[in-house]
Design a protein. Structure first.
Length: 603
């Protein structure tokens, strides 16, 4: 019904909006018809959406949650129109002016409409600045309200950012812990299921293969539905798949469930890196990524240590999976409470939805709403382009081979260390897994070196030049490339049982530092070189690297039993020496190679 307090021809709709309809009819529906932007002024009775300064009564008609936002911005959408009488008198001249106004609206600067106090008409004044040389942003496309918008993840308090970062790092560590903890049950389960130890290395390999094939699924899902949905879905199903492994009565059950545990467990590994970039700036992001990457290595190193004590205790091998499941469900619950959605396009899409329902202006949308999900594009981005880049990009090829070798040796060490300390030195199970602590200390040491160089040299270059060339990422990688083969030779030639165990355990420190510095800085270098194609590059890198991680444990036992600890470790060290020049090569010639690259936008 019409409000008696309003001017003639105006009415208040059921949603509380003040509208001016042709002839002032109160029975016009209070929702906009479906329309495109170009069809807004298609007829006399079509409603036109403008921006205006809302009065307190009109703003108060919205729900509390939205009205506070609208009031702070001073902007809302309403419907205005001309009376039939006015249109009849001025139809001939107004029609031409209306079309001219429409063309300006699609590209104009900030617009403002004012509803005047007239008896028969609603005078609409459009104050437009000079036409820009390029089209301005569509006012119906939702964006952040400004650099201080509290809903922008970049503006979260630092303490909250660190809480989220540590929580996601623990989630990652839980998954990588699961990848290696079952390796400690190899001999026990081989005896129980009457098979060879080599066959019982397959559960570890299948888990890592799951890491390789699933990221092309989780990547598109995180861009379409945001970070939370695929992250928590994958992590929850990962935890569930630990239970069938724990109660398995046959080998196929273990194999299948370990594989799917890796598939769903790869969700955080594929998503968390991008999620940290959602709310951290350049320098702090480097520290946060270092923490996340450290968790990906601390987890698999901690798996054999804890697993050995579990397997050889009264709990038995099944509790390696029970413990993982308990950790998974607990961390899932904590993360669900702590970690918000951080993907900006999805947050803006949700904001646009709130505005649409609050204002009944169905033209309001977010950039994500304008994108059409296309499986062909997804296949090209995550399946075809990664392998094309492996063919045409020498930077990606050599860095991937280097990182894959290091990654494979890390998983091979889960077999090599028990042979070196339990079989050769005669240490008891459990105690024989403690030398892995040396690698863990090395990982932490490598992380501290990277953080220090990021906060000093990298920060100075960024402040001085405003940007840093990708090759600066290679300096810690050079240091790691020296430390890793040094540690392997050190480990190899102190393995004689007649030599005290101390130097062989200490060899794990340069091994761990080298692994971490090569891996993390190679990862960062790929991102800096390929930028918008980084997802495809990382996808190719992950596939090859995971294949190495899955394959190396399969021949580890034969390698160390046939060549012995000294020569087997030396062989791996020589392979690393062969790839040692890679970061130096790209530090010197990287710029020239990038200039010829078809995928690197950084010239």
């Amino acid at each position: 019904m019409a409000d008696r307090n309003l001017e003639p021809g105006l009415t208040r709709s059921r949603s509380g909006r003040i509208t001016y309809f042709p002839d002032g009819l109160p029975d016009i529906p209070d929702r906009h018809p479906a329309r495109s932007e170009r069809q807004t002024f298609r007829s006399e009775r079509t409603l036109v959406a403008f921006q205006y300064e809302p009065d307190s009564d009109d703003t108060a008609s919205l729900d509390d949650d939205w009205s506070s936002t609208v009031s702070s911005q001073g902007t809302k959408y309403v419907s205005v129109g001309n009376s039939t009488t006015s249109l009849r008198k001025e139809r001939a001249t107004k029609q031409e002016n209306l079309q001219r106004t429409l063309s300006k609206l699609s590209r104009a600067s900030p617009l403002r409409s004012e509803v005047g106090d007239t008896d028969d008409t609603a005078a609409v004044k459009l104050e437009a600045g000079p036409e820009p040389s390029v089209p301005a942003r569509d006012p119906n496309v939702v964006d952040w309200y400004g650099p201080e918008d509290p809903e922008n993840p970049m503006n979260m308090p630092r303490w909250r950012k660190w809480v989220i970062t540590f929580t996601l790092s623990f989630v990652t560590a839980c998954i990588t812990f699961a990848s290696s903890v079952f390796s400690t049950a190899t001999l026990v389960t081989a005896e129980k299921f009457h098979t060879s130890p080599e066959v019982m290395t397959l559960p570890t390999s299948l888990f890592v293969i799951g890491f390789a094939i699933a990221p092309p699924i989780w990547g598109p899902l995180s861009e379409l539905y945001g970070r939370r949905t695929p992250l928590f879905l994958g992590f929850l199903i990962f935890a569930i798949f630990q239970i069938p492994v724990a109660v398995a009565q046959n080998l196929p059950t273990i194999m299948v469930c370990r594989f799917f545990g890796g598939v769903f467990g790869s969700a955080p590994l594929a998503i968390v890196g991008g999620q940290l970039a959602d709310f951290w700036g350049t320098l702090d992001r480097g520290v946060a990524i270092t923490l996340f990457a450290g968790a990906t290595f601390i987890g698999p190193i901690g798996g054999p240590i804890i697993g050995e004590f579990i397997v050889h205790s009264d709990l038995g091998w099944r509790w390696t999976s029970y413990i993982t499941a308990i950790m998974g469900f607990t961390l899932w619950f904590i993360a669900f409470l702590v970690v918000p959605e951080t993907y900006a396009p999805v947050l803006l899409a949700r904001r646009a939805a709130r505005i649409r329902f609050a204002t009944k202006n169905w033209a309001v949308r977010a950039p994500l709403d304008e994108q059409q999900f296309d499986w062909r594009t997804v296949a090209q981005k995550y399946l075809l382009r990664p392998f094309a880049m492996l063919v045409f990009e020498p930077i990606l090829v050599l860095v991937t081979i280097y990182m894959s070798l290091i990654y494979g040796i890390m998983y091979l060490s889960f077999t090599a260390y028990p042979i070196a300390f339990q079989e050769v030195r005669g240490w008891k199970p459990g105690v024989g897994s403690l030398p892995f602590l040396g690698i863990g200390i090395g990982v932490l040491t490598g992380g501290f070196i990277i953080v220090y160089m990021t906060k000093t040299r990298y920060a100075r270059l960024l402040e001085r030049d405003g940007k840093v060339v990708p090759e600066e990422r290679l300096i810690p990688m050079m240091i790691g490339g020296f430390l890793f083969p040094l540690g392997m030779f050190w480990f190899a030639w102190t393995s004689n049982p007649n030599i005290t165990w101390v130097p062989q355990v200490l060899a794990g420190i340069p091994i761990g530092a080298g692994i971490f510095m090569i891996f993390l800085q190679g990862f960062n270098y790929i991102i800096d070189v390929y930028l918008m194609y980084a997802n495809s590059a990382i996808g190719a890198n992950t596939f090859i690297r995971s294949a190495f991680g899955a394959g190396f444990p399969l021949f580890a036992s034969a390698l160390y039993h046939n060549l012995g600890v000294a020569w087997a470790s030396s062989l791996l060290g020589f392979l690393c020496v062969g790839l040692f020049p890679v970061p130096f090569l790209f530090y010197i010639f990287g710029k020239k190679i990038r200039q010829k690259s078809r995928y690197s936008p950084v010239k």
